[in-house]
Design a binder for this molecule. Structure first.
Ligand code: SF4
Length: 304
């Protein structure tokens, strides 16, 4: 197999908390991403997904471990790795037309003259489904949530990145718009060969965008592997609980309660122990992440 475009090795990051405590937000996370692959980063709020995404785009420095793009260390934001945010309205200047917002990165980092930047911004708006002749001068407040998300994607594509990090890009959208944006992500990945990190708390969208999935709990990888293997037969009790809590089309089908969000602070032994229905004495020792099948790893003493 070719060398990975994005390589994360043993990344960790700890945030200080009031009272002298601290939170280990990301704990010894490693993964590899090749050209054209999408890795879904899954977990509840507070699982470390966003911190990991910010590390990948160079906005948060890991306190230990290493990150590289095509073999070169990522220590600060760089052109090849761009991010799409959940709330793109906050990232857009409310007084500037969206064409100007898409042009900005082309002028700043692309080194293009104004006419060339405008032509490229128009082409990007056309590509993401916002015909430039109608949308170029529109202000952000004149757009719907789905249209603003398309602007965010066009802005992220402007520097012609190789890796896209999308942080909950569809979680604020209604179901029909969500499907359109997910389709756009797939098309762009296939057209441009983008490697993508797709951050989501919603297992329902994982199958439609990703080939690989990494499940995080309290900053630790509890399961990772091909989407089909992890989604069809999750081996870790936390992955199983997430899947069971995923909304289903049949509203009459009973659904288990969503797992409680994690508590703060470090936990000895398995991080999921306090919530795990299968916890036993051996779980006082942290389970290693180990292979249970080809490229399918699980951190649970019971996984087989
Ligand atoms: Fe549950 Fe123990 Fe497995 Fe942790 S190691 S997930 S507590 S069975």
């Amino acid at each position: 197999m070719t060398a990975p475009w994005l390589e994360a090795n043993h990344l960790s990051h700890r945030f200080p908390l009031p009272g002298g405590r601290s939170l280990l937000a990301v704990d010894d996370v490693s993964f590899r991403l090749h050209q054209g692959e999408t890795l879904a980063l899954v977990g509840e709020s507070g699982s470390g997904k966003t911190t990991l995404g910010r590390m990948v785009v160079g906005l948060t420095a890991p306190q230990s471990g290493s990150l590289s793009f095509a073999g070169s260390a990522i220590r600060a934001p760089r052109r090849e790795v761009q991010m799409v945010f959940q709330d793109n309205a906050a990232a857009l200047n409310p007084r500037h037309g969206i064409g100007a917002s898409v042009m900005a990165p082309l002028l700043w980092t692309g080194g293009l003259r104004r006419a060339a930047a405008e032509a490229q911004a128009r082409a990007l708006l056309d590509r993401v489904g916002l015909p430039a002749e109608h949308f170029f001068t529109r202000l952000p407040h004149e757009l719907s949530g789905g249209q603003r998300q398309r602007v965010g994607i066009a802005r992220a594509l402007a520097p012609n990145p190789s890796v896209l990090v999308a942080d909950e890009p569809v979680s604020a959208l209604d179901v029909s718009v969500r499907a359109q944006i997910l389709l756009l992500f797939r098309e762009l990945r296939d057209e441009r060969g983008l490697a993508s990190l797709f951050i989501t708390h919603d297992l329902g969208v994982v199958r439609s965008v990703a080939q690989l999935v990494l499940v995080l709990y309290r900053g630790r990888v509890v399961e990772q592997g091909p989407v089909a293997a992890v989604m069809d037969r999750p081996r870790h009790p936390y992955s199983q609980a997430l899947r069971a809590a995923t909304p289903v089309p049949d509203p009459d089908r009973p659904r288990p309660a969503t797992p409680r969000p994690p508590d703060l602070g470090d936990v000895p032994g398995c991080a999921f122990r306090a919530r795990c229905p299968q916890a036993h004495a051996a779980c006082a020792v942290p389970p290693p992440l180990r292979a249970v099948a080809a490229e399918h790893d699980v951190a649970c003493h019971l996984a087989a």
